[in-house]
Design a protein around this ligand. Structure first.
Ligand code: K7E
Ligand code: CUA
Ligand code: CA
Length: 643
């Protein structure tokens, strides 16, 4: 793929050939990917070609990612789990996977979707079965305080069923899931960083969610797609209730928020509001749609909203037609080249960067100028565009090093391009000598998301860059038709990027964040009072009957359960509550009942419960499924179901 390398930032010959400006270009897009399949680069051993150390601030051959046994990572990574509907926790720079936090999809290790507690979070149908057992997570972001992560929460989206999950970053568990009403294809997600009005609220209190697919509102099933609309939603970070929604033109893609709390934005690739892809890419320009948060909340307070269908959530009008007057506008549609993808907030707090996707450009929007337009101080909204420069083919997402540089993935070029924001602005202004492209690095292959350590915080530290490559092709041992994806780690502390490591991941993770390990304070032992039904003393154990409903109270202390056997009757509805009274860190017990589809764990001092109908008579050895003690295999109790 060396022919795709652009050595000079302002090369026009190659870019002219590659410019994606019309519908026909879609064919080229498909061919581009296929061609890479046919010719998977030169010998992988030689291809990565770590650029020779350059005369740079901290020139070196790349940080060591191979930690010695027992050595701890310095960063956490929170990775979206994709189709497994979970959040994955990695240690970086090693890339070791430490945990999977189930959210939207059942998980057999911890009993997610099996225990009553997890089913209550996931949501059930009236018959008690899970409402959904599939998920598609794309984006994960964490709560902020003073512009940096504060270790309280992380959030993750489920695109399929329009759900947002919250993860507590003390126990690393999902504690709430909210379904967005009247939204299909909930895609981008970003927490705010402070309140737009109240200076005392310097932390996250809202999470913004972009709705990607336009649908009839309410969803009547009409075929006339000109009537389809999307909603942009605001979820309360604490209660997880949907506070308000904005009716918009076009579709929401990704979401970014400003550090001052005043603005949120979403990129739009279908301002045409087409139902087919040809229509969706017919216009030359789409939009980066800005939301004036304070004004939207004033409008809601003033009762200037409607509701849709059975939802009680206030919906304000953010369509183009209703927001022409800057002085009252709730939204502002800044134009960007056709079908953009990611939008990212620079850590200097000044800009949002939109990646072009079908256009080989990145667009730099100055937030102060967007606010000027809302304040009536600027005639033309598009004056907020301070740079629109070519960077390569298929720009998707952007990360930052905190030293004024941005790193954008080029999906079609299979590269990461490092470019300087100030120089791009200078070039756009007319300084044709401004060499804004600093470096390019081949990645393997077709990168989507990218993020750097602490990237979208005021503490961006420019150390590590991770790239989620959608295709791994020849980078790992073949395992049949389904290839792993390739998460690559890059050292960005010097002028030149240095490829450090490849890590296979199960598809399809999309987005992730990387932050310093001291920003979270994980708890490793539960508080007994965390669960209102905790059994605090083994003496409280027993079988308690109320008609056909039976409660079994049980505790665990290695290597025994508090009852050696318990009896129920065939047809009983049994609720079994298990409290792990072991207090020692890392002493988890499991509980499985053969033939009853029950298996879950209880961490130290944790309580969990399951409910099932004892429909099969017999003896069932309930056993500990989590290795806890030399007598772990002996750790069992008998459930006797009398006929
Ligand atoms: Cu680019 Cu869903 Cu974030 Cu994936 S989206 S790459
Ligand atoms: Cu308790 Cu294994
Ligand atoms: Ca378009």
């Amino acid at each position: 793929m060396s022919d795709k390398k652009l050595d000079t930032p302002n090369e026009t010959v190659g870019l002219g050939r590659r410019r994606f400006i019309n519908t026909a270009a879609l064919a080229g897009l498909t061919v581009g990917v296929a061609a890479c399949n046919d010719k998977p680069a030169a010998a992988p051993a030689a291809a990565p070609a770590a650029p020779a150390p350059a005369p740079a601030p901290t020139a070196h051959a790349g940080a060591n990612v191979h930690l010695k046994p027992g050595e701890l990572d310095t960063y956490y990574g929170l990775w979206s789990g994709g189709h497994t509907g979970d959040m994955r926790v990695l240690g970086l720079p090693s890339g070791r996977e430490l945990l999977r936090i189930p959210c939207f999809v059942p998980d057999a290790l911890v009993g997610w979707g099996i225990t009553n507690e997890s089913k209550a979070v996931m949501g059930t149908k009236p018959d008690g079965h899970l409402r959904y057992t599939v998920g598609d997570t794309h984006h994960t972001h964490a709560s902020y305080k003073d512009g940096n992560y504060d270790g309280r929460y992380a959030w993750i989206n489920d695109k399929i069923n329009s759900r947002i999950a919250r993860i507590r970053l003390d126990y690393f568990v999902c504690d709430k899931i909210t379904t967005l009403p009247n939204v299909q294809g909930f895609h981008g997600i970003f927490p705010d960083k402070r309140d737009p009005v109240d200076p005392a609220i310097n932390y996250t209190t809202r999470v913004f969610c972009g709705g990607e697919f336009g649908i009839p509102l309410p969803n009547t099933g009409t075929e006339d797609h000109t009537k389809y609309r999307s909603l942009f939603s605001c979820v309360d970070a604490e209660t997880m209730e949907v506070r308000w929604q904005v009716l918009i033109d076009g579709n929401c893609d990704l979401v970014a928020t400003s550090f001052d709390g005043k603005l949120a934005a979403t990129n739009q690739y279908n301002t045409e509001m087409g139902a087919h892809y040809e229509d969706m890419m017919s216009a030359e320009r789409d939009a980066c749609l800005f939301f004036n948060i304070a004004r939207i909340e004033e409008a809601v307070k003033a009762g200037k909203f409607k509701t849709i269908g059975s939802s009680k959530v206030p919906v304000v009008d953010g369509t183009i037609e209703a927001n022409k007057d800057p002085k009252t506008a709730l939204t502002a549609y800044v134009s960007v080249p056709k079908n953009p993808h990611g939008v990212n907030a620079s850590p200097d707090q000044k800009y949002f960067i939109c990646a072009g996707k079908l256009s080989p450009t990145v667009t730099v929007i100055e937030l102060a100028k967007v606010l000027d337009w809302f304040d009536g101080k600027s005639e033309k909204l598009d004056d907020a565009i301070v740079a629109e420069v070519e960077v390569g083919l298929g720009p998707l997402h952007t990360a930052f090093d905190g030293r004024g540089n941005a790193f954008t993935t080029l999906f079609l070029d299979s590269q990461v391009v490092k470019w300087n924001i100030d120089k791009a602005i200078a070039f756009h202004k007319g300084d044709k000598n401004a060499k804004y492209v600093v470096d390019r690095l081949d990645v393997h292959y077709q990168p989507g998301h990218i993020n750097a350590s602490q990237s979208e915080t005021i503490a961006a530290d420019g150390k590590y860059l991770a790239v989620g490559c959608k295709f791994s092709k020849d980078r790992f041992l073949p395992v049949g038709p389904l290839h792993a994806e390739n998460e690559q780690l890059i050292d960005i502390s010097g002028e030149k990027m240095v490829l450090l490591a490849d890590h296979p991941v199960r598809g399809e993770p999309h987005d992730f964040i990387i932050f310093k390990r001291d920003l979270v304070k994980p708890k490793q032992v539960y508080d007994l009072d965390h669960h209102p039904l905790a059994i605090k003393d083994p003496k409280e154990s027993g079988v308690f009957r109320s008609g056909k409903k039976v409660t079994v109270k049980l505790t665990s202390q290695a290597p025994a359960f508090s009852m050696r056997e318990f009896k129920v009757k065939k047809g009983d509805e049994v609720t079994l509550i298990l409290t792990n009274l072991d207090k020692i860190e890392d002493l988890t017990h499991g509980f499985a009942i053969p033939n009853y589809n029950v298996n879950f764990i209880v961490n130290p001092q944790e309580t969990a419960s399951v409910t099932f109908v004892a429909d099969q008579p017999g003896v069932f050895w309930c056993y500990c499924t989590h290795f806890c003690h030399a007598l772990h295999l002996e750790m069992r109790t008998r459930m006797i179901v009398e006929a």
